[in-house]
Design a protein around this ligand. Structure first.
Ligand code: PAF
Length: 288
């Protein structure tokens, strides 16, 4: 295999498309199904659960690690996003990953690159309003990664619930031959959703951060009991501000499929929130 670097007896690291395609071709030649988990690295137990789930669905699992510049605005944290390739590779070796793909930025976006996947529908509200570049950047890199890896199944975390719906939608709309599977959020003991960005929190902020899921659970409870939704959402926002969050970008109840305001066709509800804690923007969501 070209440019392939073994991490352990069972995991190999590849950095270029020729080596990736040779490795995937070798899996296919043996009749093996291919699962895929795209990541930006700084892996935690949430990512490892995605890999384990992919492995339960497919014979082999490919994990990509690429901090995608196209999904960050110039003022966002692309430069300081945590990068820990060797630690990530060692973790992946413990959970059944077969191949780690680490493309360089100029392989993904050479200087002549001139295309962007533009997504609408569930990409428009919420994160789409606060981070207008985000979902086109995600869709572009995910489309490229799907074309490069050509997986049977791709597993995404529900932690980024809107992203999961956006990916499901463009896979359906563009007839991509991949099954997209979502996996529930993995949480710390106090309920905080695992996220690579939790590493930015100070010790004090880390204590406060758990308040986000407490407030979401309180809203969900009120809604399930038939209480006033608007009052519950406003109370949650006020409580977050009092606890030290701010600004609170949104705490909102949405149609779980479209992410639009719930309407007569709504089949299920999703409660989503995004709020700043110091210099860190946290997002979370739960089913209602
Ligand atoms: O969820 C992420 O880590 C990223 O948005 C993804 C899907 C790997 C695309 O860069």
């Amino acid at each position: 295999m070209l440019n392939a670097d073994p991490i352990s007896d069972t995991v190999t690291r590849v950095r270029d498309l020729t080596a990736l395609r040779a490795a995937v071709r070798a899996f296919r030649a043996k009749g093996l199904s291919v699962g895929f988990v795209p990541t930006m690295g700084a892996l935690h137990a949430g990512h490892l659960a995605l890999v384990q789930h992919a492995k339960s669905l497919c014979d082999v699992v490919v994990v990509s690690i690429f901090v995608n510049p196209k999904q960050f605005a110039p003022h966002e944290d692309f430069g300081r996003y945590p990068r820990q390739e060797d630690a990530d590779a060692a973790l992946l070796a413990t959970v059944g990953c077969d191949l780690v793909y680490l493309p360089e930025a100029d392989l993904m976006y050479p200087s002549v690159f001139a295309s962007l996947v533009h997504v609408e529908g569930p990409a428009r509200p919420l994160e789409g309003e606060f981070r207008p570049q985000f979902f086109d950047g995600v869709a572009t890199v995910v489309m490229k990664l799907f074309n490069q890896v050509q997986p049977d199944v791709a597993v995404f975390g529900e932690k980024d619930y809107q992203q999961l719906q956006v990916v499901k939608t463009f896979v359906r709309d563009l007839d991509l031959p991949v099954k997209v599977v979502g996996l529930p959020t993995v949480r710390e003991a106090d309920g905080l959703a695992l996220s690579s960005r939790n590493a930015y929190l100070s010790a004090e902020e880390r204590q406060t951060a758990a308040r986000l899921i407490v407030e979401l659970n309180a809203v969900a409870e009120t809604v399930r009991n038939g209480g006033d939704r608007d009052v519950a959402l406003q109370t949650a926002t006020d409580n977050l501000l009092t606890a030290g969050f701010g600004p609170v970008d949104y705490v909102t109840l949405r149609d779980a499929d479209t992410l639009s305001e719930p309407g007569p066709d709504t089949r299920a509800l999703r409660l989503l929130a995004a709020a700043w804690l110091g210099k860190t923007r946290l997002i979370d969501n739960i089913a209602v």
